[in-house]
Structure formats: C-alpha cells, structure tokens
Design a protein around this ligand. Structure first.
Ligand code: HEM
Length: 195
C-alpha cells in the first residue's frame, strides 16, 4: 500500500469509526430506555447496537493499523497500547489510545457478560460515556480534516445526536422501574444452594 493510500485509509476509517460509535451510543441509550413501537421492536435496537459496535471495532482496527504502519509517522505499536507514549502528537494520540482501550474493555466484558454478572458488566459499560467524547476530542485534535466543511458537518451531526440522546436519557430517570427488584431476585437465585 502506498503512503498516500495508507494516510487516506487512516482518515477515512477514523471518520467512519466516529460515525459508527456515535450510532452505537445513541442505540445504547434507546435500548436502555426500552424504546419500542409497533414497527420497531426492542430486539431491533439491541441487535443493531451490538452489530454496529462490532463493525466499529473493525473500522477502528483498520484506522489504527494503517496509522501505525504508515512509514511517514512511524508511530510504533506501543502507541496503540500505552497512552501518551507517542513522540508524534503525544496528547491527541494518547487520547485516541485511551478511547480505544475503554472500548476494548466494553466489548470484551460484553462478550463474557454471562460470566462476570450484570453489575460488573453495567459498571464497565458506563465507560462508553467517557470513551466517546475522548474519541471526539482525539479526532478534532489530530485529524487533517478537522477543519474541513464535511468533517465539521459530520461532527455536528454525531455530537448533536449523542447529546440529544443523553439529555433525553437523563430526563427519563431510571429506565426500568423494576431494575432493583430484578437484580435482587437474580442475586437470591445465584445464592440458592443446589439441591
Ligand atoms: C476510539 C478510538 C478512535 C477513534 C474513534 C478515532 C477517530 C479518529 C478521527 C475521526 C480522526 C480524524 C480523521 C480525519 O481527519 O479525517 C482521527 C485521526 C487520527 N487518528 Fe484516530 N481514532 C481512534 C483511536 C486512534 C488510535 C488508538 C490511534 C493510534 C495509533 C489513532 C491514530 C490517528 C492518527 C495518526 C490520526 C491523524 C490522521 C491524519 O493525519 O489526519 N487513532 N482518528
């Protein structure tokens, strides 16, 4: 792959990752609020939330791998793992690494949700609210396209959609009035000795 192609791929995959992640956050909020209608059953929201999250990880992997193998910056693999270890744009790339690692924790705990229990899964899942803005700041801080018209429009749509979803979520309070009764019941079932 030529250097130019790698650079365009990094930028394109970064922008697509941001769109997909914003969609994932919005769908996550809708699914926490149990939003549904006759034409839009709840399983559609949860299924889309999960599948778009996995698709975002694929584009993110492409974004990171092409950024690292690009010989122009020669970032090194440590950049993707150790925040603020890059000599190049240390702060902005460090934020990208943090956002990525939080996402890996969210996806990994979701894959083993049955093993770690609902409480631990939910606690880690809340990190999505930290990961997303950190990723947005990373993109703005280091993106070649950050000041271009199309990237501005894209960012306004992404930030606007997530802001509306989060404000709506906060306005709704507890989405599930039976949540505490449910987790109480689950805890009691888990403690029940085998007969
Ligand atoms: C959740 C994680 C991440 C997201 C959502 C994300 C998203 C973005 C976005 C939207 C841009 C701007 C692209 C453009 O200008 O068109 C960008 C730029 C960039 N990202 Fe990330 N990124 C993430 C993590 C990382 C990580 C871990 C690295 C480290 C290897 C990285 C390396 C870069 C580089 C080098 C650029 C600048 C590309 C350029 O020259 O324009 N990103 N990222």
């Amino acid at each position: 792959m030529s250097d130019t192609l790698l650079w365009y791929t990094t930028r394109g995959a970064g922008a697509v990752s941001l769109i997909l992640l914003s969609g994932v956050v919005v769908l996550g909020v809708l699914s926490a609020l149990r939003v549904q209608s006759a034409g839009w059953p709840k399983f559609l929201t949860t299924g889309l939330h999960r599948n778009i999250a996995l698709m975002a990880m694929v584009f993110l992997a492409l974004h990171i791998v092409t950024a690292i193998v690009d010989p122009f910056t020669h970032l090194g693999w440590l950049t993707a793992v150790v925040p603020f270890s890059s000599y190049y744009r240390t702060l902005w790339l460090g934020l990208g690494t943090i956002a990525f690692e939080l996402l890996v924790a969210i996806v990994a705990t979701s894959l083993v949700r049955g093993l770690i229990g609902q409480g631990a899964w939910r606690a880690v899942h809340w990190l999505a609210y930290a990961s997303w803005p950190v990723a947005v700041i990373h993109g703005f801080g280091t993106g070649t396209d950050a000041l271009s018209g199309w990237f501005m429009v894209l960012s306004i749509v992404c930030v606007g959609s997530v802001a509306v979803a989060v404000v709506y979520r906060l306005g709704q309070g507890s989405a599930d009035p039976l949540a505490s009764a449910r987790s109480d019941f689950r805890a009691r079932v888990a403690r029940r000795p085998d007969r």
